[in-house]
Design a protein around this ligand. Sequence first.
Ligand SMILES: *Cc1c(COP(=O)(O)O)cnc(C)c1O
Length: 431
Amino acid sequence: MSSSRRPNSEKEFERAQKVIPGGVNSPARAFGAVGGHPVIIDRGEGQYLYDIDGNRYIDFVGSWGPHILGHRHPRVISSIEEALKKGTSFGAPTLLETELAELVADLVPCVEKIRMVNSGTEAGMSAIRLARGYTGRDKVIKFAGCYHGHVDSLLVQAGSGALTLGTPSSPGVPQGCTADTLVLEYNDIAQLKETFTQLGDQIACVILEPVVGNMGVVLPEPGFLESVRDLCTQHGSVFIMDEVMTGFRVALGGAQQRFNIMPDICMLGKVIGGGMPVGAYGGKAEIMDAISPVGTIYQAGTLSGNPIAMASGIATLECLREANPYPQLEEKTQRLTKGLIAAATKAGLEHTLAECGSMFTLFFNPEKVTSYAISARNDTTRFARYFQGMLDRGVYLPCSQFEANFTSTMLTEEDIAHTIQAAEEVLQEIA
Ligand SMILES: *Cc1c(COP(=O)(O)O)cnc(C)c1O
């Protein structure tokens, strides 16, 4: 039924599958968890996406986070156009790189110095190398359900015991790559303390999402981020906050500002590029200066700090700084989430909704989600039907229960009403 509205998407996806594995350049875009085939996008405008069959959708994915200002924001587009006139890449310093670095240092509390890369994955890979090189230690603590890009050492699942080292979660990752990665339960302060007690002097860093977006939205419990900060300080480990999703999203200065917890290093991505490929890692100057060419820890990139990408990021961050849309965006998001909760309650569906600023997840699970173990107990079959029903009604949601929905400043009251109305119908249908 649903695919009949998208004959061109169906046909073109067939074509794509012949030359691209699974027809997609990132597995998150495949509809594996919800069935059917991806919608092929023609263009975006403000809060809307248009597919190649001419259908319009209210977009709650925003390219998985970057488009907090909506698609084709006039200032972002004109900044890109200006930069284009001068050339696309030089492999030599430009003013735009310094400008974006200054902007980020001004807005993000922990950033004194910053290095631009091309993706969140690269930021994660580089931040971990930096932490290991700086401390001279090997072990890394990560939390189950947090995603930091497809870095070998982080593609890992928890071992059987709490303090066992992780095993690779993807073929192609050698055991050796994950042998120094410890996977703990998010929000479990006691487990974290115990781990530091046993191994503290070997731990290079703790890496986490300060608000998790990659197992659905999961908030830090009171005291959790504080404990990570304290334990890292006590044991001389580097605290890496992965703000690729939360940076410029949950507050202008990211989650570190919202929760008032200062990491040593933070990773950025998504909003920082305003839709162009930008990642970054930054923090204390003393640590950042350990990377080449000042220090000896190697990290490089032919297209890093690319002028077109920098121009997009600068315009995006300047708009956010000038307009400070966060309080309004949060209120608007809450009008939407209240409507979704009411619709689920009216349909008699077990649910819980987690939100922070302009990111949220409606879980088909009555339990408050505080960890991966709880998130994994969701009714994903029900989610798949919810997703398809919403798509048929012109609402484009992330195609997995374990992703965050994003709102943009362009979203109108009419869009919110449309989305709530669609949810009421769909949730009744699937109850
Ligand atoms: C998206 C994401 C990444 C990876 O970024 P890419 O640009 O996709 O490599 C890393 N960490 C978090 C928290 C993310 O949400």
